[in-house]
Design a binder for this molecule. Structure first.
Ligand code: DX5
Ligand code: ZN
Length: 227
């Protein structure tokens, strides 16, 4: 990993536009626009039609996008049996791979597989999954993604119940002396973004707010100016 990417994972309050809301016929252009606007990471939502009721993209698309940008690739796997595809997403150029706790019966093994490739590893929790399921894995991971909508679609309303989960997670990280980042994903705009950052979020994922905006450049700048 380059020194620049290593620095970017440590900087606080990062903005990660989610490609899910972009025009899939013009992905490279959309990425270049948010990169120029100052986005820190690119959030890439991978869906399999089983774990979530929607389908998106696979490793070949990620690998082609890798040639178009140097942005940090934050790959959010919303798929069953992620162990089968993690090697391909590593080869495709992911910098961080996040798997869902709900999809991983052998979570420790899955995280070890990601870390063995010398990239960052994250664990995502659905809105109904409590933070305490992370007790025995928190020291092994670089990021926790708290879903603030039920995964599967962009453009849904923010679920307020994520706020106490952020606070609880922050205190767990403190107790374990973990430097893992807290990422919040779903329904993020300047208003909800401010609330989650006040509660302890380090990385804001924003899909619709950025890519459905008339001016995505302005939307990224608006989020960056919040902090
Ligand atoms: C939902 C995805 C999100 C999605 C967020 O399953 O994980 O990353 O793109 O979209 P917005 O920001 O529109 O809620
Ligand atoms: Zn996501």
């Amino acid at each position: 990993m380059s020194a620049e990417k290593e620095r970017s994972i440590k900087k606080m309050t990062l903005i990660a536009p989610s490609l899910l809301a972009a025009n899939f016929a013009r992905l490279a252009e959309s990425i270049k626009e948010v990169e120029k606007a100052g986005a820190d990471w690119l959030h890439i939502d991978v869906m399999d039609g089983h774990f979530v009721p929607n389908l998106t993209i696979g490793p070949p698309v990620v690998s082609n996008l890798r040639k178009e940008t140097n942005l940090f690739f934050d790959v959010h796997l919303m798929i069953e049996k992620p162990d089968l595809l993690i090697p391909d997403f590593i080869k495709a150029g992911s910098d961080l791979i996040t798997v869902h706790e709900e999809a991983c019966p052998h979570l420790h093994r899955t995280i070890a597989m990601i870390k063995a490739a010398n990239i960052k590893a994250g664990v995502a929790l659905n809105p109904a999954t409590p933070v305490n399921v992370l007790e025995c894995i928190i020291e092994e991971i670089d990021l926790v993604l708290l879903m603030s909508v039920n995964p599967g679609f962009g453009g849904q309303s923010f679920i307020q119940g994520v706020i106490p989960k952020i606070v609880e997670l922050k205190s767990m990280l403190g107790a374990k002396k973990s430097a893992a980042l807290i990422q919040v994903d779903g329904g993020i705009n300047p208003e909800t973004g401010r609330k989650v950052v006040a509660a302890g979020c380090d990385v804001l994922v924003a899909g619709s707010f950025v890519f459905k905006a008339n001016n995505p450049t302005h939307a990224v700048k608006q989020l960056k100016e919040l902090f």
